[in-house]
Design a protein around this ligand. Sequence first.
Ligand code: NDP
Length: 419
Amino acid sequence: MSRLMVIGCGGVASVAIHKCCQNSEVFDELILASRTKSKCDSLAEKLTKLSKTKIMTESVDADDASQVEALIRKYQPDAVLNLALPYQDLSIMDACLAAGVDYIDTANFEPEDTDDPIWRKRYEARCKELGFSAYFDYSWQWDYQDRFKEAGLTALLGTGFDPGVTSVFAAYAKKHYFDRIDTIDILDCNGGDHGYPFATNFNPEINLREVSAPGSYMEDGKWVEIPAMSIKREYDFEGVGMKDMYLLHHEEIEALGRNMPEVKRIRFFMTFGQSYLTHMSCLENVGMLSTTPVDFQGQKIVPIQFLKALLPDPASLGPRTVGKTNIGCIFTGVKDGKEKSLYIYNVCDHQECYKEVGSQAISYTTGVPAMIGAMLVVTGQWKKPGVFTTDEFDPDLYMEALNKWGLPWKVDENPVLVP
Ligand code: NDP
């Protein structure tokens, strides 16, 4: 029995909240708190009819740690599940520390204002020292390690699918299949079609920042950075078919690189269709992906935020998206002196997700692991003082939970490798 506070009520949160309500034996009370309270109210109204979980709603500006802290003190939840945006990670972590509760999220911190001088100074030093220039990195949240440890609190970072499940797959492969892992390729394929010429499957601002950044991978413990979309491979995905995929920077590479230093190369690939890439490069060329405010008729406008307002809301894509996602990891390495390879992956159907929880598969494949991470923390099964990613716990319980809660996985011991 536990009480969970969920912050944010967008596409991913909606799925995680549905799943918490299906799991009412663990989550008997939920507090939904977001910027737009009406979204929390309408979800609560729908789910209260379907579940034993008691749901309370609040409005909160999670950029303001003191508001979050006051809310935590009011409701005394066992943990806070942050499903707002990566911009709010640090303020919510601060609030959790101040009020003494565990913290869980699905994406690592990045700043809303990339011109903020304090952030930029550290960012530029990191670009130089580490050699990757994405706006997000773990350093800001890893800095909370000592404070969470001293407070005896757990912070579980990045429990979505990627990051999240992909790092659990890595821990599982290491535990059960390899004496030594040499390479990890994370493959994220979305074979879904929503019928729009251009739309993103999760928050457009966060998504477009991610995919328009230079790609990078880790080799022999060092970052190798490449121009955006400059490494392309083809792969035949079960349930989807042949797709083009591109090497991207992705946050789990950083955590896996730190926690599994023996792995010689870690790469991340995501599939994109030609239409998506053409739209994206056109938007980038005209400056619409910029995070720097411009003056427009006496007002300051951030181009990428304006673009977000024009694009379809990812939460509205559910009814119209057909097809499947296929996300997983290919490992190579050695077991009992013999070289081996292994592919662990999940195939998820957009329409099946929509039938079950009213969302497309991208929100589903993130929201289910968010619930699972929260469940493992509040039940004490994944609880230890400090700040951790999902590869730093015993993977078996998480893997069992994926099968139980809608994301069954498969193991292929003879996969086609990515050149
Ligand atoms: P949405 O934009 O759909 O939802 C974000 C929610 O956060 C909205 O309800 C929004 O409120 C709320 N919010 C934003 N700012 C604040 C604030 N200052 N205070 C309170 N609430 C706020 O995003 P998604 O659901 O698509 O994504 C949620 C998170 O999941 C993101 O961090 C994203 O990066 C992550 N993600 C992780 C993945 C993974 O596999 N690990 C994959 C996909 C996403 P309002 O309704 O008012 O706009």
